[in-house]
Design a binder for this molecule. Structure first.
Ligand SMILES: *Cc1c(COP(=O)(O)O)cnc(C)c1O
Length: 362
């Protein structure tokens, strides 16, 4: 049997190991100079032109970002249902209600018309997710936000380096969160990085991250311990030097797949959008689950389903709302391997397998 092609693979090299060792030998392990340097390097690497605040996970980043932006019980935040549960969990953890809007068929991201239809007098913000590494329709969403006096909060967990008309994701919203979980385009082990639009949001983020204090024993608000450690920051700083090359490889892998796949719908890319292919997601028109199983069992090719159950059908968020594009995507989407460790041989095996299965199913 040929070797298994995994759907994702974190890349850790000697440089990351040496960086961790350097921190361990320093004897200073908790949040310190490595975190500060990582925050500054992250902002400049992605051209965000804003302050960044590092935390212990992407989910913490969303939660603290929302609290810092003033989101509270009784408020509503419009979110896609077709996303990872962390998007909705972070809204619910503030006491606010996540209100689900449908996605557009052409980018798997929030549909601006559906967002506008979901606005009530309790709505305070919109949280687009740049799903799979493709930017959401930011100009349209920003226009709606401006018209109704709402804030934009970006879930950029999957979109390090993506951009729209030359503006990087993470530079649009009141805040934006990038996840540093191991399967994301770059990692710190666990972690999250939040870019912030205003000095006040930044100040509050830093307070919430550290028990509500900037200065020891001068607590200003009720806070958390959601600090990043210098050990994790050291890994992230090394990964920052590599993520550009990895993204270019993801993009060329995606180009090869899109040029050669037949019988499935490849992921569209909007005009002016730079897609960073956290996932390379196709639509399988019928029996997606059987297709995925056959890829694994007959061809030893891994794949992923992100996300087979929309959030509005998960127990904590269950609500009766009709989201036809969300339902369709949840039934059809299949993410094929696109990560930078794939060889040309792997890519050809993926194409052969997908095309054979699509033909057999047709
Ligand atoms: C990974 C992810 C998160 C959460 O990030 P963590 O670092 O795992 O907490 C949030 N939203 C989306 C869309 C994600 O993919």
């Amino acid at each position: 049997m040929t070797e298994f092609i995994p759907p994702a693979k974190p890349l850790i090299g000697d440089e990351e190991r040496e960086a961790v060792d350097r921190v361990l030998r320093s004897g200073m392990l908790a949040q310190g100079p490595e975190v500060k340097a990582f925050e500054e390097e992250f902002s400049s690497h992605f051209g965000l032109d804003r302050a960044c605040v590092a935390v212990n996970s992407g989910t913490s980043g969303l939660h603290l970002g929302l609290l810092s932006a003033g989101v509270k019980a009784g408020d509503e935040v419009i979110v896609p249902s077709f996303t990872f549960a962390a998007t909705c969990n972070s809204v619910a953890l503030t006491g606010a209600t996540p209100v689900f809007a449908d996605i557009s068929a052409d980018d798997f991201c929030l549909d601006p018309a559906a967002v506008e239809a979901a606005i009530t007098d309790k709505t305070v913000g919109i949280m687009p997710v740049h799903l799979y590494g493709h930017p959401a329709k930011m100009p349209e969403l920003q226009a709606i936000a401006d018209k109704h006096g709402l804030k934009i909060y970006e879930d950029a967990a999957q979109a390090h380096g993506a951009s729209l008309n030359g503006t990087p994701v993470g530079a649009f919203g009141e805040f934006a969160m990038f996840s540093l979980y191991p399967t994301k385009n770059m990692t710190s082990g666990e972690g999250g990085m939040v870019s912030v639009a205003s000095a006040e949001t930044e100040r509050l983020m830093r307070l919430y991250r550290n028990q509500g204090m900037q200065q020891q024993y001068h607590n200003e608000v009720v806070g958390f311990n959601t600090r990043m450690t210098d050990i994790h920051a050291a890994i992230g700083r090394v990964q920052l030097t590599k993520v550009g090359a990895w993204t270019a490889t993801r993009q060329s892998n995606a180009a090869f797949l899109s040029a050669n796949l037949e019988g499935v719908t490849p992921p569209p890319v909007a005009d002016g959008a730079v897609h960073v292919y956290h996932q390379y997601t196709v639509r399988v028109p019928s029996d997606r689950d059987g297709f995925s199983k056959a890829l694994r069992e007959e061809y030893n090719v891994g794949s992923g389903m992100f996300y087979p159950v929309p959030n509005h059908q998960l127990k904590p968020f269950q609500v009766d709302v009709d989201l036809p594009e969300t339902a369709k995507a949840a039934a059809e989407c299949l993410s094929l391997p696109v990560h930078p460790s794939l060889s040309q041989d792997d890519l050809e095996r993926i194409v052969t397998a997908v095309n054979a299965l699509a033909k057999a199913g047709a």
